[in-house]
Design a protein. Structure first.
Length: 529
């Protein structure tokens, strides 16, 4: 919020205050109240959404997260169909759920899924024979390499991308982005997928929510709310605290979603000269010879008829791609899509932004601003950064849990600090407690607790090769540098910490521009050489 002061409770919780400490804690409390009021004013977009939804649905949603809002709306629609999402057991309200000991993926893959490419066929066959007992981290190295691009499969979604490239549309090629409209919700609706305990009525309610959302203009409170309801069912299906919990439903969505996108990619790759650029959770991006654009659209129509899903096309003029999670896409017309390290639009500028909402880290915002200026507009990075006049865009922040501490120049400082890299600064370090009893020999890897405790009981404090590391290392306090090799200045209190000159002199002269320039170059040089 760019406040003058950033404060942490100055006195540890549980302290019995002395009279001398009262003014200190009272000053902190006042700042806390003022900051909360400030954030209230900055949160009007989210507050008005919840006020409108509370009135529309007759239930208090003021303290609900986005996920909870979606869940409440969908539960209400399902219960209109006569299906209870909760039951009462011994007078207590309990969520209905379907828990699974295991999931045979072959039973959830759609029968019309098929491939011609050997790499895709191998993935398909592997999944058909796979039984899983958990839904996270079970496909760590499941990759199909097709035409030189690695398609990485997971329980969450598909990822593939060229790396460190600038891809351009020109007179010969067109850069095309294809997304599936409301992919996961429509995948469930069109294929009658539902959490087992909710039955087919779930699909009917889901379809009603989908159609209702389309009756409201985009970015209205109602449209946003029904979008949350559509997305919430998928997220809730793998959440043990949700009334939608059924991990087989989750896998039905994600496994089929990935395979269907690969079927689309496989057909696109038959087009002469076409190059696949990216594939992600809900779409693909490719560079197509202009003479075959209409043919690729025919392939899209074929896929839509096969899957009963709808594809949405967007045309890029350029893409600046570091990797699948970090890139800038420039649509025809000049609008930019910024992902990952290139994101810089904040909630202060756009309350509905997905780039940097309030809970994200806005540190060193000048870096993505400079990278974008260099890539999109050809601006010199050094010129941009050294002439950027907003000190707040140079600020970074770090926060450590109460089990750790921060030291600046060897002295303890608050666990939440705002700072900038400075020619006049000192080293900032995170200090963490030992991972085991301080001074004790470190435990070797791959030991069962039972064996470790048994040997430890025999040898006591002595080193033993059976249970300790070979180099006889011991548990010690752990330190890690922040902006290692560079000094920083803390600025939790402005203007005191910035020491603004009364004559209006160059109060940004102390910034170590080299650090920011190097960080921006990391986003630009891999793409430009």
């Amino acid at each position: 919020m760019r406040r003058d002061r950033v404060e942490e409770t100055p006195i540890p919780f549980g302290t019995v205050l002395t009279q001398d400490q009262v003014p200190e804690i009272a000053g902190y409390n006042l700042e806390d109240v003022e900051a909360t009021l400030d954030f209230y004013h900055r949160s009007q977009h989210q507050i008005k959404l919840r006020e409108g939804l509370s009135e529309a649905f007759g239930t208090n949603m003021m303290n609900c997260s986005d996920v909870k809002i979606g869940e409440k709306i969908l539960v209400a629609e399902i219960e209109k169909k006569g299906v209870d999402c909760y039951v009462y057991v011994n007078g207590k309200k309990k969520k209905k759920q379907t828990k699974r000991e295991s999931i045979a993926l072959g039973e959830v893959i759609f029968p019309y899924v098929s491939f011609e490419q050997p790499a895709f066929k191998a993935i398909h066959e592997y999944l058909q024979g796979k039984t899983i007992r958990e839904t996270k981290g079970v496909f760590k190295d499941l990759v199909a390499t097709v035409d030189g691009l690695d398609y990485k499969f997971g329980t969450g979604g598909l990822h593939a991308s060229v790396d460190s490239q600038v891809v351009l549309s020109d007179h010969q090629f067109q850069l095309v982005d294809i997304d599936v409209a409301s992919f996961y919700p429509n995948l469930a609706i069109q294929n009658n997928l539902y959490p087992a305990h909710l039955g087919r009525e779930f699909c009917e309610a889901y379809l009603d929510v989908y159609h209702t959302r389309k009756t409201y203009p985009k970015k209205t409170a109602e449209n946003e709310a029904f979008k949350l309801a559509l997305n919430g069912a998928y997220g809730g299906s793998n959440n043990e605290y949700s009334p939608f919990f059924d991990p087989q439903y989750t896998m039905s969505i994600t496994i089929n979603g990935q395979l269907l996108l690969c079927m689309l990619a496989e057909q696109m790759l038959k087009v002469p000269g076409l190059r696949m650029i990216q594939a992600n959770t809900d779409g693909i991006t490719y560079l197509c010879p202009r003479e075959y654009i209409d043919h690729t659209r025919d392939i899209c129509r074929w896929w839509e008829q096969l899957t009963k899903l709808e594809l949405e096309e967007a045309l890029y003029s350029r893409m600046f791609i570091r990797d699948v999670n970090n890139y800038i896409g420039e649509y025809e017309g000049g609008t930019l899509k910024r992902i990952g390290a290139y994101a810089h639009v904040t909630a202060a500028e756009d309350p509905g932004t997905r780039e940097l909402p309030w809970h994200k880290d806005w540190s060193a915002r000048v870096v993505p601003l400079a990278a974008e200026a260099a890539l999109v507009h050809g601006t010199d990075i050094h010129e941009f950064i050294t002439h950027h006049a907003d000190i707040y865009d140079f600020f970074l922040r770090t926060k450590v849990p109460r089990s750790s501490t921060l030291e600046w120049g060897g002295e303890p400082v608050p666990n939440v600090v705002r700072y900038y890299v400075s020619n006049d600064g000192q080293q900032l370090e995170k200090v963490m407690p030992p991972a085991g009893p301080e001074g004790a020999f470190k435990r070797a890897n791959c030991l069962t607790d039972g064996f470790y405790e048994q040997v430890l009981a025999e040898v006591g404090d002595q080193w033993d090769e059976r249970i300790h590391t070979k180099n006889k290392s011991v548990y010690e306090e752990r330190r890690s540098g922040i902006c290692t090799g560079y000094g920083v200045l803390l600025c939790n209190n402005i203007p005191t910490d910035l020491l603004l000159p009364p004559d209006g002199g160059d109060w940004m002269a102390g910034i170590n521009y080299d650090w920011y320039i190097k960080e921006a170059q990391k986003l630009v040089k891999p793409l430009t050489g």
